[in-house]
Design a protein around this ligand. Structure first.
Ligand code: NAD
Length: 442
């Protein structure tokens, strides 16, 4: 049996969740620090405050979003009034990743509850302290037959995927996204897949290099590069490269000091497996800045890599860490060769003062979303859809769109009885000509 809610009870539950999160905010920040030394500033900006703001926005707008929407009727159905009703899918499974372990678990959960669903959430096993606090918060807010957190790794996740759901919302890697899609196909369960990709960052010769360096380093090294929409690699106009690298070095030092290892503002790699994967990508001969590592501390310094080929290990898959390969191009055809080598990315960034160049790039390539002259910040506008395309994902969410994601849109035509036009009914006899005339006119 589905857990039934109405708008008032959903608002009440979400308000309770808001209060429980606010009460436990410090514990959440501590858990994130303990899991991979996420700096408190980043924890507030990208996790707790983001979730709090999503909750407030949802509570404020829920009645409006949930209301049946009246749409212009078709003249063919005259006289009628037409509506879109939003109904919950039913039982929703949310599988979350570790890199923004609080936000990427809670935001879809909030919208799924707002839309009236029952939810099972599986947080990532790689951030156990955050998982623990999520379980505590959800346990204090919801009865288990409404929202339940099931902690665990691969086996738990596979077991959940083998069950029947009415909607699956998955955030994670492309290979696991494919596993989720296959499992969902068994029961024709609709899915949202929020995946990753190799996000290009293109800089032309008109760009404001100093500002570009600052904005790129922020988007790249926040969360130690473990951000799905972080710039993966730089593609810069050849003549600008050395100048840009100088600015980058300067800005990295300004942000994290001479020794980023002792900076309180720089996170660690989530586990040894990921640390080894990243350390293996560093080719010492190509390091132009950084390159320091410490396995005990799971530390990798912000690292710039002078790259000239797309056939190297670092240019194979999404990096998902603090390594930034810098490639150069001489003409637009060379940009195309690099970008076309990869599947459609989750994000793309272009830095330029040339409006035509910016328009050309954003129209020429297909990608989830991105920015002109900045990185990552498109994530923060709730009025913009957030999601990938092709291998970087299926579906999008944030703000009102999240509510819609977890709602089935039911089409209803409410026919009036005061008039019943005879045209559509058999016997058709000589009605063909009249209907052809009418349809042409419509
Ligand atoms: P992951 O795919 O390894 O794990 C995600 C979730 O899936 C975890 O809860 C994990 O327990 C579960 N899982 C792992 N292997 C599984 C399997 N074989 N069967 C069933 N479930 C399985 O991803 P991750 O390492 O946690 O996160 C990093 C990836 O997520 C990156 O590729 C990144 O780009 C992507 N990501 C995307 C977004 C987005 O919004 N598009 C956000 C964050 C991260």
């Amino acid at each position: 049996m589905n857990y039934k809610t109405n708008i008032a009870s959903r608002k009440e539950a979400l308000t309770k969740l808001l209060n429980v999160i606010i009460t436990h905010e410090n514990e959440i920040i501590e858990a994130l620090y303990s899991d991979f030394r996420k700096p408190a500033f980043e924890a507030v900006l990208t996790e707790t405050n983001y979730v709090i703001s999503e909750l407030k926005d949802t509570i404020k707008n829920l009645s409006k979003w949930a209301k049946p929407k009246r749409v212009f009727p078709s003249i063919l159905n005259f006289p009628s009034t037409d509506y879109i009703y939003k109904e919950p899918y039913g039982k929703v499974l949310i599988i979350a990743p570790w890199n923004y372990p609080f936000q990427l678990a809670l935001c879809p959960l909030i919208s799924a509850v707002a839309a009236g669903n029952q939810v099972v959430l599986k947080p990532s096993e790689l951030t156990p302290k955050t998982s623990e606090i999520i379980t505590k918060i959800i346990g204090k807010t919801f009865p288990v037959n409404h929202v339940e957190v099931i902690e665990g790794g691969l086996e738990v996740s596979q077991n959940l995927l083998s069950q029947r759901w009415d909607y699956i919302f998955f955030t994670g890697s492309v290979p696991v996204g494919k596993i989720v899609a296959k499992a969902a196909a068994e029961n024709l369960t609709p899915v949202t897949l929020e995946l990753g990709g190799k996000n290009p960052c293109i800089i032309d010769n008109t760009a404001n290099l100093k500002l570009a360096a600052k904005r790129i380093l922020w988007g790249k090294f926040i969360n130690a590069g473990q951000t799905c929409i972080a710039p993966d690699y730089i593609l810069i106009q050849k003549d600008m490269k050395s100048h840009f690298v100088d600015f980058l070095k300067l800005e990295i030092t300004k942000a994290y000091g001479e020794n980023p290892k002792s900076s309180p503002d720089y996170a660690r790699i989530v586990n040894t497996k990921n640390w080894l994967r990243l350390a293996n990508m560093i080719d010492d001969k190509k390091v132009i800045f950084g390159g320091q590592t410490d396995i005990e501390d799971r530390y990798i310094s912000p690292t710039l890599i002078d790259e000239s080929s797309v056939d190297t290990l670092i240019m194979k898959d999404e990096i998902f860490g603090p390594l930034l390969p810098i490639l150069s191009y001489e003409n637009d055809a060379e940009i195309n060769i690099v970008i076309s080598k990869y599947e459609k990315p989750l994000s793309l960034y272009v830095f330029t003062e040339d409006k035509k160049f910016a328009q050309k790039i954003i129209k020429q390539y297909s990608f989830g979303g991105g920015c002109i002259n900045d990185t990552v910040v498109h994530f923060s506008n709730k009025r913009l859809p957030f999601g990938g395309v092709g291998h970087s994902g299926i579906g999008a969410y944030h703000g009102r769109l999240s509510f819609d994601t977890f709602s089935h849109k039911k089409a209803i035509v409410k026919k009036a009885n005061w008039l019943d036009l005879p045209m559509r009914y058999a016997p058709y006899k000589d009605k063909l000509k009249s209907i052809q005339k009418l349809l042409k006119w419509l």
